[in-house]
Design a protein around this ligand. Structure first.
Ligand SMILES: COc1ccc(/C(C)=C/C(=O)O)cc1
Ligand SMILES: [Zn+2]
Length: 262
């Protein structure tokens, strides 16, 4: 495990090879969730998640991950409850993954790393009028994170996997509709939550993280298609595989991770 851990750091995405200092930097993400230090909070509400497949619009490769983007001009797809005071609209979801099945997730649980991690990004539509505004505010975003493990084929994910070759290169975009992300959520309601940041620039400290305890299963072959994407655009000389697009873990500082379960 230590060699894999070391190897994982050597293979990091170029973006992170020179440590990117964070603005202010006392609530950065991702982190390791140390179970013994997490605190059960009985006042945490159940999460209320409502997604409408009809708000799904497109997939694009932004050179760091692939994003599935949603129309966020209404509250049709939104989350509330859990640790959240307001309702947050779904803007997009994306993933982080490794070059192999040994690592890839951004968060870890007692240093256990998963091969990939899903992030569903939502913004506070009760307090702000658009996403770009919310990312700068400390209660602006809520990111729902789900770990992926390699196992049986995920039927609901296949529609997404089949669309990826169309966005192989950076800056490519393709219409993608009628996808309900609910199919990628574990049925178990248990989660951890803590206050953190974006894990790619601008790294703003605006995120309420909600991390599902249970992973979902995807097949080896489905995850392999993620690795067929490229960091580089079609006109660039060197084609670089889109792998290891996770940020190094950040100091916990003066934070506590709460759990919705005892
Ligand atoms: C306006 O530019 C942005 C860049 C990145 C992001 C996100 C949502 C980053 C992340 O997922 O860590 C948001 C806005
Ligand atoms: Zn992410």
């Amino acid at each position: 495990a230590t060699c894999a851990y070391k190897l994982r750091h050597e293979q990091m995405h170029p973006l992170w090879q020179t440590p990117v200092e964070a603005p202010g930097g006392n609530r950065q993400s991702p982190i390791n969730i140390h179970l013994r230090d997490s605190i059960f909070d009985p006042t945490l509400q159940p999460l209320s998640i409502r997604y409408d497949a009809r708000t799904c619009r497109q997939i694009w490769n932004n050179g760091y991950s692939f994003l599935v983007e949603y129309d966020d001009s209404t509250n049709k797809s939104r989350i509330c409850g859990g640790p959240l005071v307001d309702h947050y609209r779904l803007s997009q979801f994306h993933f982080h993954w490794g070059e192999n099945n040994l690592w890839g997730s951004e968060h870890t649980v007692d240093s256990k790393v998963y091969p990939a991690e899903l992030h569903l990004v939502h913004w506070n539509a009760a307090k702000y009028t658009k996403f770009e505004e919310a990312i700068m505010e400390n209660n602006g975003l809520a990111v729902l994170a789900v770990f992926l493990k390699v196992g049986k084929r995920h039927e609901g994910l296949q529609k997404l996997v089949d669309a990826l070759p169309a966005v192989r290169h950076k800056d490519s975009v393709v219409e993608f509709t009628n996808f309900d992300p609910t199919c990628m959520l574990p049925t178990c309601p248990d989660y951890w939550t803590y206050e953190g940041s974006l894990t790619t620039p601008p790294l703003t400290e605006s995120v309420s993280w909600i991390i599902k305890k249970r992973p979902i299963e995807v097949s080896h072959d489905q995850l392999a298609v993620f690795r067929s994407l490229l960091f580089t655009s079609a006109d660039e000389q060197e084609q670089k595989s889109m792998v290891n697009n996770f940020r190094p873990q950040q100091p916990l500082m003066n934070r506590t991770v709460r759990s919705s379960f005892s």
